[in-house]
Design a protein. Sequence first.
Length: 390
Amino acid sequence: MRITIVNGFFLPVPPLGGGSTEKSWFHLGREFAARGHQVVSYSRQWRGFPDEETVDGVTHRRLRGYDHKRSIWQNLLCDFLWSWRVSRRIPEADIIVCNAVALPVWLGRLLPRAGKVVVMTGRMPKGQYRRYSHLARVLAPSSLVRERVLEENPALAPAIRITGYPINWSLLAQPQAVPHFLSPRGDDAEVTLGFAGRIHEEKGLVLLADALKIVSEQAGLPPWRLILCGPSDVERGGSGAVFRGKLLSKLALAGYSNRVHLLDPQFNERTLAAIYQRMDVFCYPSLAEQGETFGVAVAEAMAAGAAPVVSNLACFRDFVRDGENGLVFDHKAPDAALRLARALEALIRDAALRRRLAEQARADVQCYDFPAFAEALLADFAELTGTLPR
């Protein structure tokens, strides 16, 4: 098959600047090419990358893009301009995967030669599906996303499939060398808590700081520390320097800033996998009811062997089961910080509980490994196009 992948306007591929969507389709494109399919990937121009090259069988074409903006309307304008720019250059194909908002509005109607239109709903629908009418497939990461898409456009029901989200399970489950900026574990009794994602207020990081203050006041706990890993600048989706400073000040005032390591993810996947593997407990206390679609970072941490603690968002329910492969707390409760603190304290105190949850978590997310995910997609694409997968 001939497969075109269109990424968003503000991050590069390969995904050096972060971005779960870009990372996922970068790997899936390589998996498709390894099975003999012709793959063309469009992404933003980036310093150090040529405008066109072929790597691992994938032809990368890079066009002028834009930095992420504070305003949703500015981002939508950038997306429209990006979509129009890409649509003038896309080749004839069997399948085109769209990770832009505006492009699917006209692609299937005006450019049928581009192939069957496939959309992965990486972000929560915000009205755009009302304007989509020629989609062959909607890949919904969770049952929650499926519901939201159908609320906007019930006619898309036959096209929707709940797929989860792909991760590099094989890499994450394989031990990685400890990066130089993260000291090796000096005390086997020390428990490392972690978070990976955008340093944004909607991720519940202030709630996490409040919970850790409660934890720090408990007697008899083993030594612990916290790793926060993610971009804080607005250009890469964070809340900016003011929020970053507020968060760090809150941690400092709580008296445990010396146990906190804030890392900016300007590194490769192996380094990120090593950071995940340093985490005994992965805490993702997101408050983004309208933003979270799956929880890629949670699944990645589970693959790396961390026991997850997550808020009670619907998007996590497809793969995190309270008491079986993780712990879930009610982020809407008046005493949400206390509930989160109790979950974290239980895992800090009980090594056997951490191991039991982590082992089950790692096994449960293996189904999202890139090779298995790619095989399932190719079978679906073959059905859509009436071709046989190679």
